[in-house]
Design a protein. Structure first.
Ligand code: DC
Length: 221
């Protein structure tokens, strides 16, 4: 079974995908983490998001792979486990900016397809249902309003004791949506055969239930 979950930042994709995967014994593949690892590599090398030649050369040098430790996906960059270093705002913005590059996408899509060919997966990202796994048995487009997504991110940061500015978060989310949805290669968009689930007024349990029903139906249960 391949379950593809696409949608904008903050819609709850990873929380939901993890839950579905653990309940069903599927592997969860977080494709955003791969783009984030690539972004971290670029930041460390001082390569700018608009330096196409620099980014394409970096694709040759950055070895990105995935390892599962206690059931959790960890992302390995040139032998280093960088999972704890890729959740910053700087990396988020660089991942969005550098993922417009065709070479970056080609490299990471190959890795994603390889993982999905080996086992049952729940994979989340922006182009899973449209490009990476066009034949996925279940395709979900998970979304929520910009204010709700910004507020969730704000709550997450403040709960961790970090300072946060709701207006800044909202502006960054809008900018990221705009770039992810309008890029030339593999923009974020709902696949024609995906089911839209708007999580603005739903809690996690409600979303899991809806998606579980969609998967059961697809699996003929
Ligand atoms: O899901 P995320 O926030 O971790 O993703 C970070 C960035 O990576 C996102 O802004 C766009 C890019 N991305 C992508 O282009 N395609 C994917 N399948 C996943 C992420």
């Amino acid at each position: 079974m391949q379950v593809a979950i696409d949608g904008p930042a903050g819609a709850g994709k990873s929380t939901i995908a993890k839950r579905i995967a653990s309940e069903r014994g599927y592997i969860y593949v977080d494709t955003g983490a791969m783009y984030r690892a690539m972004a971290l590599y670029l930041i460390r090398r001082g390569i700018e998001a608009d330096d196409t030649a620099g980014i394409e050369a970096a694709c040759e040098d950055a070895d990105i792979s995935i390892r599962y430790i206690n059931g959790e996906q960890n992302v390995i960059l040139n032998g280093e486990n960088v999972s704890g270093l890729i959740r910053t705002q700087e990396v988020s913005n660089m991942a969005s900016a550098s993922s417009v590059n065709g070479k970056v996408r080609e490299k990471l899509v190959d890795l994603q397809r390889k993982l999905a060919s080996e086992t049952d997966v729940v994979m989340d990202g922006r182009d899973i249902g449209t490009v990476v796994l066009p034949d996925a048995g279940v395709k979900i487009y998970l979304t929520a309003s910009v204010n709700v997504r910004a507020k969730r991110r704000y709550d997450e940061l403040t709960a961790r004791g970090e300072s946060a500015d709701l207006a800044v978060i909202e502006a960054e989310i809008k900018e990221r949506d705009e770039r992810d949805m309008t890029r030339k290669i593999s923009p974020l968009k709902k696949a024609d055969d995906a089911v839209t689930v708007d999580t603005s007024d739903m809690n996690i349990e409600e979303v899991v239930k809806v998606i579980d029903e969609i998967i059961n139906e697809a699996a003929g249960k």
